[in-house]
Design a protein around this ligand. Structure first.
Ligand SMILES: [Zn+2]
Ligand SMILES: [Zn+2]
Length: 230
């Protein structure tokens, strides 16, 4: 008997007829129905073309945030998210990332893999910095990408931490600091390719656009993003 990865209640071993017939998300077998129902999938609702957020009735497409981005950046970038960043997803991220419960990657790993491998694109995960790696012990993004062929073309920039601390009051300047560097031996693999960047959560969109900007500099033909949550 297996248990729900979030609440530990025991799961039925049999697959119901409904699950077989529907396109039930693969986490159905990792989570009890009650826990699974708390996550909100974005594939069946209206979402912003540029960032993937769920569009409420009064929101335009692209959303206000993305209209601002269009004025600030000079390259094409679109993100798609699988789930809304609601309270269940926030709890999940807290347990997975900050409490470091690495087995929780299994809840979404199959779905993420399916989404990122649907098109034949080069897959570049957002890296974590050395400090996070030392305390957490894993990269939460690559944890979701088991079995995917990845090009780890980005690393976190060594110089960012000091700059961040000295300018921490200046949100605008912070936004301008490129947090990543290209990994030299991987650069030639990017040139001319269609690239998908993968991250766990899209919040302001700053991180993933910094990554996209570098990949365009390395000669990528197109860059899009896929995140677990938005
Ligand atoms: Zn549960
Ligand atoms: Zn948007």
């Amino acid at each position: 008997m297996t248990n729900c990865l979030l609440c530990q209640s025991s799961l039925r071993n049999t697959t119901s007829f409904d699950e077989i017939m529907s396109l039930a998300p693969t986490q159905a077998r990792q989570l009890c129905e009650e826990c699974a129902a708390k996550f909100f999938r974005l594939d069946s609702v209206a979402t912003c073309d540029q960032c993937g957020r769920r569009l409420k009735a009064e929101m335009s497409n692209p959303c206000y945030d993305c209209e601002r981005w269009q004025q600030q950046i000079s390259f094409d970038f679109q993100n798609r998210a699988l789930y809304e960043y609601n309270s269940a997803m926030k709890d999940y991220m807290k347990r997975y990332k900050f409490l470091g419960d690495y087995q929780l990657r299994f809840i979404f790993a199959k779905e993420v893999k399916k989404a990122v491998t649907r098109q034949k694109r080069l897959l570049v995960p957002i890296p974590v910095n050395a400090g996070t790696m030392a305390t957490r012990g894993f990269n939460q993004v690559t944890g979701l990408l088991k079995g995917c062929s990845l090009v780890e073309a980005l690393k976190t920039s060594q110089t960012v931490k000091d700059k961040r601390q000295s300018e921490k009051d200046r949100a605008d300047r912070l936004r301008l600091i490129q947090p990543f560097e290209l990994v030299e031996p991987q650069i030639e693999r990017i040139s001319g390719k269609n690239v998908t960047i993968i991250d766990d959560v899209y919040t302001t969109g700053t991180t993933i656009r910094h990554a996209a900007s570098l990949l365009y500099q390395a000669g990528a033909a197109s860059v899009i993003g896929i995140t677990l949550a938005r």
